[in-house]
Design a protein around this ligand. Structure first.
Ligand code: ATP
Ligand code: MG
Length: 391
């Protein structure tokens, strides 16, 4: 068996609740690795260790670096509890790093939880540090404050040594921060909004609105593909699909054409809230962003917001588009998002839209519609599908 040590940042700061967060992280890793042969997770003196079969290395690294709550991971090498073995193993790891990095500054960190070993932690650091320094005089320099490389040595039943650190996602373990119903379109923004909330521990379900047959099966498939990208991080996600064609027809027939977008948005919020309540989800999440498009003015956001009672989280509200795109590329949703399939909003896009809607006017327009009946029918005919990450 091989071992990887996990580093988690904020969880460690959570005082009494630390157990809750650590347990959630363990549960998440177990769930994501249950198809693998032999993966065991151990907690030991405030750290987490994952044991795995060596042939699973690439896959386990892939899983752990896409699991929220983990700041970084390090593959560990084990050796016997003798100073000679420690020095030899530390030397071989440093040698490997020199080959890839050239010269660097370093320090040795030691933790001795096995009190049977005759050297204390400071003594181990001194001996191994001195030895490494002497061996690689030309390439290495000791820097105890800001070293580029830390040679970690943990003395337990064996000695664990690690130097490499692979960055993870950070954030908080999934499902530790409540539940949010994501309004997921086929655009660039909403998958990113979902990712950012999930990264803070919020459990996701998604709802998508379409105007089939005016919008095609492929545009629906595109949204499912985006949700599938998120399963890489969250494991599993339920996606509700709601047809709002009837609603858009009713709006088109009875209301001013420039109010089409804002009125559809209010219906989307109301329906998303209805589904959220039924599923016991406590908030809504959108990819809205101030000033990005005509419907996302402060007045527009206020009017859509006032349609619902649940809190609406908009993690992208102050992001620049270039920064949203950066995250979209990182989470691999960008290429799918820019595929040119029609969206329900583009099908009925009016030539002119209200940029500063007034709530009273919008409510007056809504009063011309049988809102309850339209919502009930749309919700009743909605479908849902559970997507699971495919390894
Ligand atoms: P996105 O890239 O997420 O589509 P956008 O910049 O295109 O965002 P809008 O089309 O104005 O912005 O949509 C704002 C938000 O409203 C979206 O981020 C999403 O949360 C929600 N939304 C819009 N259209 C849909 C839809 N068809 N299904 C579900 N949610 C939607
Ligand atoms: Mg959109």
């Amino acid at each position: 068996m091989e071992t990887i040590v996990l580093r988690y940042g904020e969880i460690g700061l959570k005082g009494k609740n630390r157990d809750v967060f650590e347990n959630a992280l363990v549960r998440d890793i177990r769930e994501k690795t249950k198809h693998m042969d032999e993966v065991t997770i151990k907690r030991y003196h405030g750290r987490m260790y994952v044991d795995y079969e060596s042939y699973d290395y690439d896959e386990i690294v892939d899983i752990l670096t896409h699991t929220f709550g983990i700041v970084s991971i390090s593959p560990v090498k084990k050796c016997d509890v003798t100073l000679e073995d420690m020095m030899a193993e530390a030397k071989s790891q440093v040698e490997e790093l020199i080959q890839s990095m050239g010269s660097f500054t370093f320090k040795v960190e030691a933790r001795r939880s096995n009190k049977g070993f005759y050297l204390t932690s400071p003594e181990i650091m001194k001996h191994v540090g001195g030895y490494i320094n002497q061996t690689f005089l030309d390439q290495l320099r000791v820097d105890v404050h800001h070293p580029e490389i830390v040679v970690n040595i943990e003395v337990r039943e064996h000695v664990y040594i690690y130097t490499k650190s692979i960055p993870g996602q950070g954030g908080m373990p999934y499902k530790t921060a409540g539940k949010g119903m994501l309004l997921l379109s086929g655009g660039i923004d909403s998958p990113v909004a979902g990712y950012l909330m999930a990264k803070r521990g919020v459990q996701l379900e998604a709802v998508h609105f379409h105007s089939y047959p005016f919008t095609s099966d492929r545009s629906k498939e595109k949204v499912l593909d985006l949700a599938r990208k998120l399963t890489k991080y969250v494991g599993q996600i339920r996606v509700h699909s709601v047809n709002i064609l009837e609603i858009q027809r009713a709006i088109g027939e009875h209301c001013p054409s420039e109010e089409m977008t804002i009125l559809s948005r209010r219906f989307m919020m109301a329906i998303a809230e209805r589904i959220a309540n039924r599923r016991k989800y406590k908030s809504l999440i959108t990819g809205e962003n101030i000033a990005q498009v005509a419907s996302q003015t402060m007045e527009g956001l206020t009017v859509t917001n006032s349609r619902v009672k649940l809190p609406v989280f908009r993690p992208l509200i102050a992001y620049d588009k270039v920064d949203i795109i950066k995250v979209a590329k990182k989470i691999d949703t960008y290429e799918t998002s820019i595929l040119p399939f029609e969206d329900c909003c583009t099908v009925f896009l009016p030539e002119k839209v209200v940029i500063k809607p007034v709530l009273e006017d919008i409510e007056a327009s809504e009063a011309k519609l049988d809102v309850e009946d339209l919502i009930n029918r749309a919700v009743k005919e909605s479908e849902s599908i559970i997507l699971t990450y495919e390894h």
